[in-house]
Design a protein around this ligand. Sequence first.
Ligand code: NAP
Length: 297
Amino acid sequence: MTEIIKPVAIGNLCVIGTGLIGGSFCLALKQAGVVEHITGAGRSEETLQKAQQLNIIDSYDMDIANAVKDADVVFVSVPLGAMQAVFEKIAAGLKSSGNQKAVITDAGSSKLQVQQLADKVFADSAFRFVAGHPIAGTEESGPDAAFADLYQDRRVILTPTDNTSTDAVKVVTALWQATGALVETMDAERHDKVLAATSHLPHMLAFGLVHCLENMDDIENIFRFAAGGFRDVTRIASSDPTMWRDICLNNRKPILEMMQRYRDELDMLYNALEAGDGEKLIEVFQHAKQTRDKFTH
Ligand code: NAP
């Protein structure tokens, strides 16, 4: 775990994408009193107006390049598929305004491709980009879903490279710590493997399970009898489809590797059940229970 860094006071924070993740970041920082002014930017004016009404942002600018011109920190919390276009607008805005101080960070759920994109688009200024990912969220989206405590005691992974400025990492770390989060740093490739196993595969399974049942006969009755287990396992299938398409496409290789492992596991369980091998089933279930109890209690 990263040491606690003295709280920083930020003058101008620009948040691009004021939905669940960006909105909660703003609310938490306002609650901590570490930011003077927050400018929102994004895609639709409706979302930005809503974010202002909810006191998530203090003002907004529909022009991303203009929104970042006086920023001390730029926080990007848009879907991964929108990152490139947003990065290009940020780079143009910083260049045309001569802003050479802004630290840029993001919240995207996969990190290697985002870092590669940042290296390409920010070029000589890429050392001021700190890739990050809060391991927190809900299946809701948009500014209405944002809340100040989302990051309290939750982990945030930063994936700086050898080229990343240590001062920039300190600023981003201090901001996340001010939201109540526990900050860790990790190599981007390792991040993507870990998250493929712990988050991306479970989402694939949840989407796949609901989709599989949806195509069965008598589906109304099947869902009417859905009990707690079904709800627990499929809650995350209510997550935003666009966001998850982007995550899957951005972290394709590690997710495919995990899906293959899971396929092998399902085949093993299938074979044990087909053979009526109760001993095998109990051995697997016991191991799984012990492991889950150990890591979740
Ligand atoms: P969200 O609630 O849907 O918010 C996304 C925001 O991005 C909205 O304000 C949206 O504006 C804006 N946006 C969408 N497309 C855009 C574009 N082309 N240009 C500019 N702005 C655009 O999503 P979120 O859950 O906050 O997720 C944001 C990021 O955080 C994603 O990269 C995701 O991978 C990551 N993340 C999510 C979670 C989670 O559990 N949700 C957890 C960790 C990290 P409009 O309303 O106008 O479309």
